[in-house]
Write a protein that binds this ligand. Structure first.
Ligand code: ADP
Ligand code: MG
Length: 581
């Protein structure tokens, strides 16, 4: 089981590396440059120490031109290294943009069947925080803390090996003790760290709930009740963070003492002894002193690399899960198939059944709607009304039976072509932080066309009365306009798309009677060639429609216009009578 996990963590990391594309080469070059820069600095100190000892012993003659060359190379690499920092940021940013694009693209094309698994905040957290955490693995810090010390340490081992392999081995043995100490104490730190992470995530969820329910918090005076709980949670995080800082600090100090002092003491004393017996040259021991620090850092970096990859892998998993979301089916491959039904003036549902997982929600639903008709689906909550709209929109495609819209067969039509037939007006409309005009045209459109649909949607008058008119920006909260006015701006957007069918799902259920009445009149006055299909439980809205279908538990139990249905004295009449119309 454990082996499988480890494999999984690294395969996630490799997958991340693949997304860097060609930028990985830039990352490697930058890392090599900064690795060399650090190595040069430390090795120069070593060479200097070694030369001093050599000079004291009268062994070496100083070669100033070589020293100057060395200083020049150090200088060049130091400058290059500062440029490489920009390279790291560049690679990390590119990767973040790419991942975010991929995630959003995948999210917007996800199979609707799984959409309920991801709340808005959940997706947002993954696109922002988890991407940040994931790309840490290919960042400036990762290079600085991990790859650069590994490289510099490797060069140090190689240099020492070339000078005297026994000193290289001695250095490795000395630094190994530090590594073992770090491994033994890491579990301790990791446990506290995981407590902090869990605590933070719980607290942030808790705070989010409180902020979302700000009005309830105020009216029920929940703040007093929650304050204690929040205080305890924050105190707990704070306690663990302090504990972490203390233990981690202690570990680091012990590690530094062991790395910097103990290693040097061992190297010097053992070196002096071996030099005394003329087994090795003492000037080479002097060379090894700064290099041993680099070797120690290398060994620690190797250990840290594993733990960082493990730490970040849950974030990688959360990012890739979004990228790998099951996508909605698209029948592009079949798009040249001939349509069976030639009638291009009707919307036909022929024995359509549909289930969410196990639960059958639509049972052999059949109806024909002619171009330009105004049709409503009414019925109690949960009867399957919205499901019909979602199936029409192509959000769910695993239905039984045939669906044909103006001669196009749903099964054989590409999603894009299919959706071009529809506009959609839900209860909770989404208007963007753009101008009214931009919200209507969603991109390019001239003011004349926008005003034409504005007039149809009954918004032209009150928008033109605003000083900025259609160029007024819709701000957060949209306090400028009432709910009914905003709903009609959204209706104007539907009209601007010029699709032959407008689908509306409970368009007035969040509005007062007065606003509903205006929308009712607006819909009734829309051009005759637009087919309107409305799903609602507000029966007054669709009273004058051409035909109403009454749904009950996924079946159509009645159909006809308002008067016909009242005469039948069935379900519709019952629903109408209990409503305060
Ligand atoms: P209506 O719009 O008439 O209120 P819906 O079409 O939204 O009804 O839902 C019909 C039934 O399908 C309800 O019982 C509802 O609980 C169920 N349902 C709706 N969406 C889902 C879903 N994503 N997963 C599972 N069941 C669902
Ligand atoms: Mg509904």
């Amino acid at each position: 089981m454990k082996i499988k996990n480890i494999k999984n963590e690294y395969s996630l990391y490799f997958r991340l590396l693949k997304y860097t594309n060609k930028n990985l080469i830039l990352f490697i070059i930058c890392t090599i440059i900064s690795g060399i820069a650090v190595f040069l600095i430390f090795s120069s100190i070593g060479i200097l120490l070694s030369n001093i000892v050599g000079a004291i012993n009268g062994e070496t003659t100083q070669d100033y031109s070589l020293s100057l060359m060395y200083i020049l190379v150090i200088f060049i690499f130091a400058i290059l290294s500062s440029f490489s920092d920009i390279g790291f940021v560049y690679v990390e940013q590119k990767l973040q943009i790419l991942l975010r694009n991929k995630m959003l693209k995948s999210y917007f094309k996800m199979d609707e069947n799984i959409s309920h698994k991801y709340s808005n905040t959940e997706v947002l957290n993954r696109v922002t925080e988890d991407v940040n955490q994931s790309t840490f693995l290919i960042s400036y810090y990762m290079s600085g803390f991990i790859f650069q010390p590994i490289l510099s340490g490797l060069f140090s081992v190689i240099l020492l090996y070339m000078v005297d392999w026994r000193i290289a081995v001695l250095c490795l043995i000395c630094t190994l003790g530090n590594f073992i100490f770090s491994r033994l104490t890491i579990k301790w730190v990791r446990k506290i760290r995981s407590n902090i992470v869990n605590g933070k995530s719980q607290t942030s969820n808790f705070m989010q709930e409180c902020i979302e329910g700000a009005i309830e918090m105020r009216t029920f005076k929940l703040y007093k009740t929650f304050n204690n709980s929040l205080y305890n949670k924050l105190e707990n995080i704070s306690y663990n963070t302090k504990k972490f800082a203390f233990i981690e600090g202690l570990r680091r100090q012990i590690s530094n003492i062991s790395n910097d002092c103990l290693t040097i003491i061992i190297l010097l004393s053992l070196g002096a002894l071996l030099a005394y017996y003329k087994i090795i040259d003492f000037s080479n021991i002097m060379l090894s002193i700064p290099l041993s620090d680099q070797i120690g850092q290398m060994i620690m970096a190797v250990a840290n690399f594993t733990s960082i990859v493990k730490q970040k892998s849950p974030h990688l998993e959360r990012v890739f899960e979004i990228i790998d979301l099951p996508q909605e089916l698209d029948n592009k491959i079949n798009s040249n198939l001939q349509n069976n039904i030639k009638d291009t003036s009707q919307i036909i549902f022929d024995n359509v059944s549909f289930s969410y997982e196990e639960k059958e929600v639509l049972k052999q639903v059949s109806f024909n709607i002619k171009k330009g008709e105004k049709i409503a689906f009414v019925g109690e909550s949960g009867s399957g009304k919205s499901t019909i709209i979602k199936i029409l929109l192509g959000l769910y495609n695993n239905n039984y039976g045939n669906i044909n819209v103006f001669g196009l067969e749903k099964e054989n039509c590409s999603i894009e072509k299919w959706r071009s037939n529809f506009s959609y007006l839900p209860q909770d409309i989404s208007l963007f932080n753009l101008t009214v005009a931009e919200n209507i045209s969603l991109g390019n459109g001239n003011l004349e066309d926008i005003r034409t649909v504005g007039k149809m949607a009954n918004i032209d008058e009150f928008i033109s009365n605003k000083p900025k008119g259609y160029n007024l920006k819709l701000q957060d909260g949209n306090v400028e306009f009432s709910g009914g006015q905003l709903q009609r701006i959204a209706l104007a957007r539907c009209l601007f798309k010029k699709s032959p069918i407008i689908l509306m799902d409970e368009p007035t259920s969040a509005l007062d009677k007065e606003s509903e009445q205006i929308i009712k009149e607006t819909i009734e006055q829309l051009p005759q060639d637009i087919t309107i299909i409305v799903v609602t439980h507000r029966l007054n809205l669709t009273k004058n429609f051409d035909r109403l279908y009454v749904l009950e538990k996924g079946s159509i139990i009645e159909s006809g216009n308002h008067n016909e249905l009242l005469e039948k004295n069935g379900k519709y009449a019952y629903l109408w009578n209990i409503q305060d119309n």
